[in-house]
Design a protein around this ligand. Structure first.
Ligand code: CMX
Length: 468
């Protein structure tokens, strides 16, 4: 293993390429005086060489057998994708370019007086593998503010949606419509060379992220009757602007929550539904708006991002049935009734994780600091002490521990963002960071069209009949 890493290092002289081999050992801060696009342009040639070298050395090596069960079982554990921004360990949880959530909280630049990382810095880290300077992050905030305006027809499109249309459907519609001005789609029609794809894709991804607060804010205000949308303030960071557009910009703790929220929800390696869908659709050279709209449609499912809405609905239903200060016994009975009714306990379990999600822990620590006596936070804690044992006793779920969605609604509710149908939109704003970073690298490295092989049950039966 060490020899393998060394031989890759021989051809990998840049900090970024080295960080692929062991991000924690070789992590570095960003070169000063470059903006994100310039830094990317510096990193791409060496990374192309790095991928070439890894493929030359390891390309014919096998990850092991593929079981027929994996084809029927939602492809769990099937090694099938390259995703550089983050890697998920079943026991430890997510690392962004090799860094844990607490490490990101410690290392990434903060707003003046703030304690949570700025998502601008996280995006820089996801794209380059480097920790940016405070100035680089400030420049990114300004750049995104400058790109934030929506085309008038997209504003009208959102204003015409009936308030009964789910916020995630409105979100996906608006992001799809942004493809009207895609730099990549235009460049492709104009005959851009393959080698240059990443440039307009980078511009589209920057535009996409920049415009999301205006889309989210508009949906929130339209659907929940919260009045006119204020303007983006170019002197403020991304999360501050998002909070302002939602109507919570005066509450510094909510702004801090948004910084933490976007950071921890940004990326969760490549196999989850939203990340993989974005990568898949992007592989057809659909532009980043079309690709990310597809991600959003996946995120809108109740087994994925919509679980943050489902958790709150489930908690509220519990409170209406057994009261606000229910005993452990009454909560247990409610959980069992959920399972016996053939439903899942939302916010618990995970396809990869086998421990408490560190994104849950980060939110719990935030709550302990800012709202330790909040009744809903206490209920979330009470449930944490009850549900895992029940899921273990029920004997089906491979992971009885809470995931990210078990906690986020309680935090948002505390600050007055009580409309749970909106929660997945915030998850979506965050997830754009991870999907965008990978789309840029996929086009920079010439990632091919995804086209795995499928089989019919009859074909599998024929293939293996009579064999051991
Ligand atoms: N409550 C009840 N049953 C659960 C369960 C839960 N929280 N988690 C898993 N199970 C069940 C599964 O439904 C499955 O049942 P069947 O055999 O009848 O199909 C069985 O346990 C085995 O599932 P698993 O291998 O442990 O989990 P999967 O990889 O299939 O599914 C997940 C993972 C997240 C979809 C599942 O744990 C779940 O439905 N959790 C509740 C919804 C949720 O919180 N989703 C958010 C995940 C995070 C995110 O993406 O945002």
């Amino acid at each position: 293993m060490a020899a393998t890493a060394r031989s890759v290092l021989k051809v990998s002289r840049t900090p970024f390429a080295r960080s692929l081999v062991s991000s924690s050992r070789f992590s570095t801060t960003a070169a000063k005086n470059t903006n994100l696009k310039e830094r990317l342009a510096q990193l791409i040639p060496a990374e192309l060489e790095n991928v070439k070298a890894v493929r030359a050395e390891h390309g014919k090596k096998s990850f092991g057998p593929v079981l027929v069960d994996q084809l029927y079982g939602g492809m769990r554990g099937l090694p099938a994708l390259i995703w550089d921004g983050s890697v998920l360990d079943a026991e430890e949880g997510i690392r962004f370019r090799g860094k844990t959530i607490p490490e990101c909280q410690a290392l990434l630049p903060k707003a003046p007086g703030g304690q949570e990382p700025l998502p601008e810095g996280l995006f820089w880290l996801l794209v380059t593998g480097e920790i940016p300077t405070q100035e680089q992050v400030t420049e990114l905030s300004k750049d995104w503010a400058a790109r934030s305006a929506l085309p008038e027809f997209v504003e009208e499109l959102l204003d015409r949606c009936p308030p009964t249309l789910h916020p995630m459907s409105q979100f996906s519609l608006a992001v799809t419509a942004l493809n009207h001005d895609s730099a990549f789609a235009k460049a492709y029609q104009d005959g851009i060379s393959k080698k240059e794809y990443w440039g307009p894709v980078f511009e589209d991804c920057m535009d996409l992220i920049a415009k999301l607060p205006n889309i989210a804010g508009r949906i929130y205000r339209n659907v929940f009757g919260k009045g006119k949308l204020p303007s983006i303030d170019a002197s403020k960071d991304y999360s501050h602007n998002l909070a302002t557009l939602l109507g919570f910009g005066d509450n510094e703790a909510f702004v801090e929550l948004m910084r933490l929220y976007i950071t921890i929800h940004s990326d969760h390696e490549g196999g989850n539904v939203s990340a993989h869908t974005g990568k898949l659709v992007g592989s057809a050279l659909s532009d980043p708006f079309l690709a990310f709209a597809a991600s959003l449609n996946g995120l809108a499912g109740p087994l994925h991002g919509l679980a943050n809405q489902e958790v709150l609905l489930w908690l509220r239903k519990m409170q209406s049935q057994i009261g606000e200060n229910a005993t452990d016994e009454a909560v247990k009975e409610y959980v069992w009734a959920t399972l016996k009714g053939g439903q899942v306990v939302p916010g618990y379990g995970h396809a990869v994780l086998r421990k408490t999600d560190p994104r849950y822990t980060a939110q719990r620590e935030f709550a302990l600091k800012h709202m330790p006596d909040d009744p809903l936070f206490k209920l979330v804690g009470q449930i944490y002490n009850i549900v895992p044992d029940i899921l273990l006793e029920a004997g089906k779920a491979k992971n009885p521990w809470p995931n990210v969605d078990a906690h986020s609604g309680a935090l948002l509710t505390h600050y007055g963002l009580t409309q749970m149908q909106f929660y997945t939109v915030l998850f979506g704003v965050s997830r754009a960071f991870g999907v965008a970073a990978q789309l840029i690298w996929d086009r920079a490295l010439g990632a091919p069209l995804e086209r795995p092989k499928s089989y019919s049950t009859a074909a599998i039966d024929k293939m293996f009949k009579g064999k051991q």
